[in-house]
Design a protein around this ligand. Structure first.
Ligand code: SF4
Length: 233
């Protein structure tokens, strides 16, 4: 029964290849202000902000970095203080011991291999301790053309609900999105899905009745008269 409902919902909205452009265009019109919420003034601050944002909110990171970036301006500054001092300065972002280890390892690597600058390429960013693909993708996309598509919790949930992927693993979801989404949208799409996920397609109670995608979404409860689930991709 559930299976046939899902199949019917997919039939109703049509193939994802035909839906992807209208989905992005509607989201662009709906969220023209969708940009990164982290605050930073240069590449180093961008990298640090993204590293600190793991497992916490952007608002929380901004609160911490407002003071942090006055004190730590160069990679050397993160290595010049005792470990406990840096731990204390970023404690409010959670997982502060692990994040301190990653920050110090990254700063040492930046100085050793990259002349103290944040590298531009994915391969090089992935050499930095504690920098995984998602962090690298965010950093690259903020500095120029994206090399991949950022997949966070919102991007994952919305991609699944919209029937753009059936995968659970972020790396596999990114692979599906890269195949599907025209490259000109790689920078914008994650921000659009994140903002739509925060404002409309909420995790527990998606607001399908006011969603601009409800005729393009197989999980919409407006057309089908049922509550959408996260696994209808
Ligand atoms: S129609 Fe509902 S489930 Fe689909 S994207 Fe919009 S809010 Fe989310």
């Amino acid at each position: 029964m559930a299976r046939s409902y899902v199949a019917e919902a997919r039939r109703r909205v049509g193939p994802k290849r035909q839906r992807i452009r209208p989905i992005v265009e509607r989201l662009l019109a709906e969220h023209p202000d969708a940009t990164i919420a982290l605050r930073f003034r240069n590449d180093l601050e961008l990298l640090v902000s993204v590293m600190l944002s793991a497992q916490t909110t952007d608002v929380n990171v901004n609160r911490v970095t407002e003071r942090l970036f006055e004190k730590y301006r160069r990679p050397e500054d993160y290595l010049a203080v005792p470990v406990e001092e840096l731990e204390n300065d970023i404690r409010a972002t959670g997982f502060f011991r692990q994040k301190t280890r990653s920050l110090r390892g990254t700063m040492a690597k930046l100085l050793e291999e990259f002349g103290g600058e944040v590298p531009a390429r994915m391969d090089d960013l992935l050499k930095l301790p504690g920098v995984a693909r998602k962090t690298a993708n965010v950093v690259i996309a903020e500095r120029g053309p994206a090399e991949g598509i950022v997949v966070d919790t919102h991007v994952r949930r919305l991609s699944q609900r919209l029937g753009l992927t059936r995968q659970e693993d972020p790396v596999k979801i990114e692979r599906d999105l890269i195949k599907l989404v025209p490259r000109e949208y790689w920078n914008a799409l994650p921000h659009l899905l994140i903002w739509h996920g925060r404002r409309v397609c909420l995790a527990r109670r998606p607001r399908c009745e006011v969603c601009v995608l409800n005729h393009l979404c197989p999980a919409s409860r407006v057309e089908a008269g049922t509550v959408p689930s996260q696994t209808t991709a």
